[in-house]
Design a protein around this ligand. Structure first.
Ligand SMILES: [Zn+2]
Length: 135
């Protein structure tokens, strides 16, 4: 079908419960976002790689935030805010390089890969936004 998802703009649809559903964000074709609701905010912890280091930070506006951080690769998003970020900083404190940067040791790389689950993190984030917005 040639429809465009009203939520995320994707053109991939699958059938679920007998209805076409966006394959990217899970929004059902025919459902309209409530225009009176504010845009959904989903806080995430992000894992950004630059060379052999990984930055673990948090943002409620990752597109804006990540555009301002020099990096080579977004490894993963994890749903959560400041508390989860602090927990991850503590978890990987052994390989901390100062601030929010950590050495990209195999354990940390594997942690991020498991979070991403082989899916583009932006695609996962879009799905979370749609879930937060679903009527
Ligand atoms: Zn969609």
């Amino acid at each position: 079908m040639n429809a465009i998802c009203v939520f995320c703009g994707a053109r991939e649809f699958e059938r679920a419960d007998g209805r076409p559903r966006c394959a990217v964000c899970g929004w059902f074709a025919g459902d309209a976002p409530d225009p009176d609701l504010p845009p959904p905010v989903v806080e995430v912890v992000y894992y950004l790689r630059y060379a052999d280091r990984i930055k673990i930070g948090t943002s409620a506006h990752p597109r804006r935030r990540l555009a301002a951080i020099h990096h080579e690769e977004l490894l993963a998003f994890e749903r959560g805010g400041r508390r989860l970020e602090q927990a991850r900083h503590a978890e990987f404190a052994d390989v901390g390089e100062g601030g929010e940067w950590f050495t990209a040791v195999p354990g940390l790389v594997a942690h991020a890969a498991a979070l991403a689950g082989g899916v583009d993190p932006w695609r996962t984030y879009t799905r979370w936004l749609a879930e937060a917005r679903r009527p």
